[in-house]
Every structure is written in C-alpha cells, then in structure tokens.
Design a protein around this ligand. Structure first.
Ligand code: ZN
Length: 704
C-alpha cells in the first residue's frame, strides 16, 4: 500500500479540519495521485473480498475509500473555487481525468453491485441501523439507472446513447453560446437609449469597446446590445423605444432556432428521442418516469396534479395583473395593446410607481455582524444550538471565519467556514454550501466528539459587498436584501449537513437527499425574513442603532409578491412543457415539439407566444443541464418550504415555547434524518401529513 504522509503534504490529512494556509498548488498532483493509488488498491481488495464480507464490514470499507478520495479532491477543488491561481487550476485539470476514471469504475463495479443486492436480499442490511437500508437501496437504484443490469446488445445501445447524449448536450450548450455571441445591435443615436439607466449604458458601451468600437462611451455611444442575460433583461425593462424592444425580443426567442447558423432544433428532437430510448431500455415507459423514479415527487401524475393546482390559483391572478398593467400603461400614454416586448417594460414602471426603495435604502440596516447575530440567534431559538467563532482555525483568506456549532450539552457537534465577501480576482461568483467532511463514527479524525464521532464541517460561501476602509474608520459589509436572504439560504443548507444524526456517509446530511427536496431547508430559512419580529431583532442602523422603519419593511415585503400570479404562471409554463416533452411527446409520432409547445402555452400563458417562438432551442436547463423532467423542482421545493414554515405559523410565530417545540421537531426530522429515509417519509414525520400548496399560495397573495 502507498504511504500517505500528511506532514509533508497537507492535502493528505484525510478527515481533519483542512489547514488551508499550508496548502499549495504543488500539493495537488501528489496528494490526488497517492490517494487514488490507495483507493484503487482498496477497491480491488474490496471487490475480491466482497462475497465473504458481512454487510457492516462491506459498507464500512466502501465508505472509507470513497471518503478518503472525496476529502482530498474536495479540499483541492474548494480551494480552487475560493482562492484560485493558474497553477492550482492547472494542477487540478491535470489529475481530473484520473479521478473521473476511478469514479466511473467505482460506480459501475459489478462486484459491488452484486454485493449490495446480496446483502439486501439476505436481510443482512435490514438487521443493521435503518440508514443502511437506504444506502443500499440508493446504490442499487443508481447503478440500475446507470445500466448495470443490462446485458449484450441492450448494454451496448445504452452506453452508445449515453455518449451521444453527452455530446448532444455539449453541442446544444455551445450552439446557444455561439448564437448569443453572433447577434448584436449597435446603437448610435441617443434617442435609441432613452430610458436606459446609467449602469446599463456603461455596460453597453463596454460591450461595444470589446467588439472593436474603441471610443464607445456611456454618454455618447455607440452602445452594443446583446442577448446576454445581464443586458437583455434590463434592456427590455428600460428601453423606451418600442420598436427596439421588439427587435431584441424577437432575436431572443428565436435564438439557435431553425434556419439559423447555430440551429438546435434537430438536437432537441434527437435528445428527446435518445432519452426516451434510455428510459425504455431501463424498463420505464418515458424519460419523465425514469427521472421521477429518483425524486421525491411520487409520479408524473402527482407532479401534474400539484402543477394544476398552482395553475388554477395563479392564472386568474395573472389575467388580473395583465389587465392592471394594461390600464397603467394607458394612463401613462401607451396606445397599443400590450405585446410580449411591452410587458417587462410596463411591469418595471408599475413596480417603480408602487415600491419606491432601492438597495441603498436598506443597506445601512444590514451590517454583516448584526445580521449574523440575528441569524445565529434564530438558529438558537429554533434548534437549540449555539454558533460561536473559533478564531484558532485559519481559513484560506483573512476574511474567512471558522464557527463551532455547540449543542445543549456544550458539546461541539459541527463546524463551518464562512467566506462572506466578493473577491472577483480569485473567487468564483454566486453563493453555495458544500461539504468539507461528513459526520461518521467509522472513520478517523484527531478531533472526534465524545463517542468517537467525526463531526461534520461545511463551507459557506457568499459574494456580498465587502467592508470599506475609509479615513474615518472601516464601514462594515452593508448588505442588500438579496444578500441577507442568500446568507439565510446557505446556512439552511449548512444546517442540514451539520445537524445530521446519521452516521453512514452516503446518506448523512445532504447526501442522498433527492434533487427536488434539497432546497427545503434553505428556502425554509429565507421565510423567517418575512417574520417582522425576527427581522426587527437585528435590522438596525449600523451607526445609530435605530430600527429599520416599518414602512420600508412594508414596501420590501410587498415587492416580493409583486405580480406573483404572472411569475408563477411563467414557471408553470416551463415546468409543464418540460413534462409534456419528456412524457407525452412521441418522437416517432406526427405531433411536433412546436405543436406541443402551442398546446401547453395556450393554457399556461396570458399573452400567447409568437408563432415563430423557438425558445426551446436555447432552453439549457432542459437540454444542456440537469433539469430534464425536473424543472418542476423549483416550485416543488417552494411548496415544501412554505408548507414547513406554515407549521410554525399554525403553532403561533410569536409564541416562543411553540416556535421552539416545532423547531426541535424540524431539527429531529428534516435536519437530523437527511437522506437516510425517503424524503416524503421525512417530511411526513415533521408535518404529520403530506405537503400541500395552501401556504405557498397564501404567502404570495394567491389563495382564493
Ligand atoms: Zn440552495
């Protein structure tokens, strides 16, 4: 066996709290290769011994080898996402293919698959802790969905289709990028940019300079409009010249469409065809059936029933909102019927007329230290745990803080690194929670809690406004509403990882949680921002200590449900079209995908799409991402999180004893059980019943 010495290479300190300050790019290659060599030896030995091992020994050895690799590979990739350098990126790219090869070998091992099946059938797994059954069930399901059970020609066909689907997805994504890049509209007349905010003019001038208009200037032009999201969306919301909005809109919805240089329409059909074939080979009638077999939602019919309920509640609201918008546009001088390219523009005007506040009005009330106090206080009230900084642990940057999570008995049960600020030079954008190490009793660590438990550790990464040093001292990070909400969201994910009580890695914390249930704890935490006493407990002016004005809170909260019916209907249109394409569409039938789009649009839009609308040709979620027959998950998770929050509303949000009792139940079920129990069972054990849409509709003003 290879010797792995963590003293000479900190990326080999398997299972420990990583010492990021000691890690260098040159550690990556040797650490990953040594770890892979060790894991390959262990895998070969495990495959050889599998037939004679007891179920606990088999699962224990498998967990150890997976955990060793994911710790080392995890810290390297984490460091690359928060403190990247060219050397680090290159070092990771160099060993990545070896990691991928090992992972597929592990995932497709027939010896392991046979062992899983044998232990399940013999009842050996059932005799272990409850989580073991779920580990084995998920492993068997994933291997079956990866084609492990296929033989001969069927297997060859399946593998060939997988390769083709990967290629088609990549080509689809590239064509969308190319089609987006290929289109531009260069404006030179100041009349053409009337209404555009200064920030957008700056962006358009910058895009013009990048395209060779060297002297482009925000005030004098030229301005280059493109179909990139950060340009397209605000352009349609602000451009006063209607004909220009129409031109840009039409270009957007026909992007990568038939007849264009980057036509995706054939690829869409091929992808749908191949997916149907894969599902059939695995014994499912449609790809939607296959997709839902690995999700929380029970079935296509179950999802459709939920979507229909939301549709019936939101469509009348969307119709009203359109009438209201039309009236508002008339009052403000519009003489036209509202077209698709007018809606964003007038909705923005109406929003401005109703809710006059900006991010800048809110920031002074949300300094990061107070927001953290409020958030940690909320977590203490709900779940009984205390979060406190442990300054001895250094992170990868001076801005990073390590926190311990301490339970009622003063035992440290988890920890997390928080990296709050934007650092565009070396840190990836967006916000995320990731696993640093998971909870387990089986694997070694030098800092185990009583009972030999290795405590879980998380990374929480945001990209919010940094503090500013000035002549009169430092201004703390003053946060926008979205930044506060993001922080609550990510800690919600973190709590599911950290407050797990499961000790089998593959189903501890967020591991093994179905795709459409993952956003439950995160969105749940966001709900607390709508509870005024919780908000008031920490939203205070960073200099004067004055509470946030109630009128400002009113406007912010009202704005979160502005045109909720239209927003819902738009998501439902996408979700139902996705299901129709992956369930009802027959690639060999006479009905085209455009026919199907028209049928779904008729019921799920209030202004019908253009006849030439081909937005599916650029719908990367479905054809170049992971949302195929899963787009409904956005709404599904909102239903769950709103319904979970309603359990607190029903108990009485201002009744501390009740809030604490329901909070402890949330902790004992959704946070503690994580992926160890099927998600609908976890949910029912918290709520005492299946989820329903009432709370989500009520929170959005859509309840009848
Ligand atoms: Zn999330």
């Amino acid at each position: 066996m290879t010797t792995l010495n963590p003293d000479s290479n900190p990326m080999l300190a398997w299972g420990e709290i990583p010492r990021f300050d000691a890690m260098r790019a040159e550690h990556v290659g040797p650490a990953v290769r040594a770890t892979l060599a060790r894991c390959e030896d262990e895998l070969a030995a495990l495959e050889a011994d599998a037939a004679s091992l007891s179920a606990p020994d088999f699962l224990g050895r498998l967990e150890a080898l997976g955990d060793r690799l994911s710790w080392t590979w995890g810290v390297a990739n984490h460091l690359n996402s928060v403190r990247t350098t060219d050397a680090l990126r290159d070092a990771i790219a160099e060993v990545q293919p070896e990691v991928v090869t090992f992972s597929s070998r592990l995932g497709q091992s027939e010896a392991l698959f046979d062992a899983f099946r044998r232990h399940q059938e013999s009842g050996a797994v059932a005799a272990m802790e409850a989580a073991a059954s779920r580990v084995v069930a998920l492993a068997i399901r994933d291997a079956e969905h990866a084609g492990v059970g296929l033989r001969g020609a069927a297997k060859d066909q399946f593998n060939a289709n997988q390769q083709e689907l990967a290629q088609l997805g990549m080509d689809f994504g590239n064509a969308v990028l190319d089609a987006t890049k290929a289109w531009e509209l260069v404006l030179t007349d100041t009349a053409d940019v009337l209404g555009l905010p200064d920030s957008l003019r700056q962006l358009l001038a910058q895009q013009a300079r990048a395209a060779g208009h060297e002297h482009a200037d925000a005030e004098r032009g030229p301005w280059r409009v493109t179909l990139d999201g950060p340009v397209y969306v605000p352009f349609l919301e602000h451009a006063e010249r209607r004909a220009l909005r129409e031109q840009v809109y039409r270009a957007y919805v026909t992007r990568a469409g038939p007849g264009s240089a980057h036509d995706n329409s054939e690829r869409v059909v091929q992808i749908l065809q191949k997916r149907r074939e894969q599902a059939n080979l695995l014994g499912f009638a449609t790809f939607a059936d296959l997709s839902l077999a690995a999700k929380m939602a029970p079935s296509v019919d179950g999802v459709e029933a939920l979507l229909k309920g939301l549709h019936d509640a939101s469509k009348p609201a969307a119709v009203r909102e359109l009438a209201e918008l039309t009236a508002f546009a008339r009052e403000h001088g519009s003489t036209d019927e509202l077209a698709l390219w007018d809606i964003g523009y007038w909705a923005r005007r109406l929003r401005e007329a109703r809710f006059t506040y900006s991010d800048e009005d809110l920031r002074p009330y949300f300094p990061l230290p107070r927001v953290l106090d409020g958030l940690f206080g909320l977590v203490h009230r709900l779940f009984g745990v205390t979060i406190r900084a442990r300054p001895e642990v250094t992170g990868w940057h001076p801005d990073v803080t390590f926190y311990d999570v301490v339970d009622e008995r003063a035992v440290t049960i988890a920890g997390f690194f928080l990296d709050p600020y934007s650092r565009p030079a070396d840190k990836r954008g967006g916000a995320w929670m990731n696993e640093c190490r998971g909870r387990t009793r089986r694997l070694p660590a030098s800092d185990t809690a009583p009972g030999g438990v290795r405590t879980p550790i998380a990374y929480l990464v945001c990209n919010q406004t940094p503090p500013v040093a000035g002549s009169s001292g430092t201004t703390p990070s003053l946060m926008t509403w979205n930044e506060v909400s993001t922080l609550f969201h990510e800690l919600g994910h973190g709590l599911q990882h950290m407050l797990t009580e499961v000790e089998l890695g593959p189903v501890a914390g967020i591991n093994g949680v179905e795709w459409d249930a993952v956003e439950l704890p995160s969105q749940f935490m966001e709900n607390w921002l709508r509870h005024r006493p919780t908000l008031a407990s920490f939203a205070r002016h960073w200099q004067t200590g004055e509470a946030i004005p109630a009128t400002l809170v009113d406007r912010v909260l009202a704005a979160t449900t502005f045109r909720a019916g239209s927003g819902f209907l738009r998501q439902l249109y996408f979700a139902r079209l996705d299901l129709a394409l992956h369930h009802d569409y027959d690639p060999r039938g006479s009905r085209t995908i455009w026919d199907l789009q028209r049928v779904v649009a008729a019921d799920n839009t209030v202004v019908a799409p253009l006849d030439e609308d081909r937005f599916l040709c650029a719908f990367g979620h479905l054809f170049a991402g992971g949302y195929a027959a899963g787009y409904y998950s956005y709404k599904w998770a909102e239903v769950l999180s709103a319904d979970a929050f309603a359990a607190f509303e029903e108990a009485g949000l201002d009744d501390e004893a009740q809030v604490s009792a329901v909070g402890r139940r949330f902790r004992a079920t959704i946070l503690a059980l994580g992926g160890s129990v099927p998600p609908m069972d976890v949910y029912q054990s918290f709520r005492g019943r299946a989820p329903n849409t009432d709370a989500l509709l009520r929170h959005n003003g859509l309840a009848s």
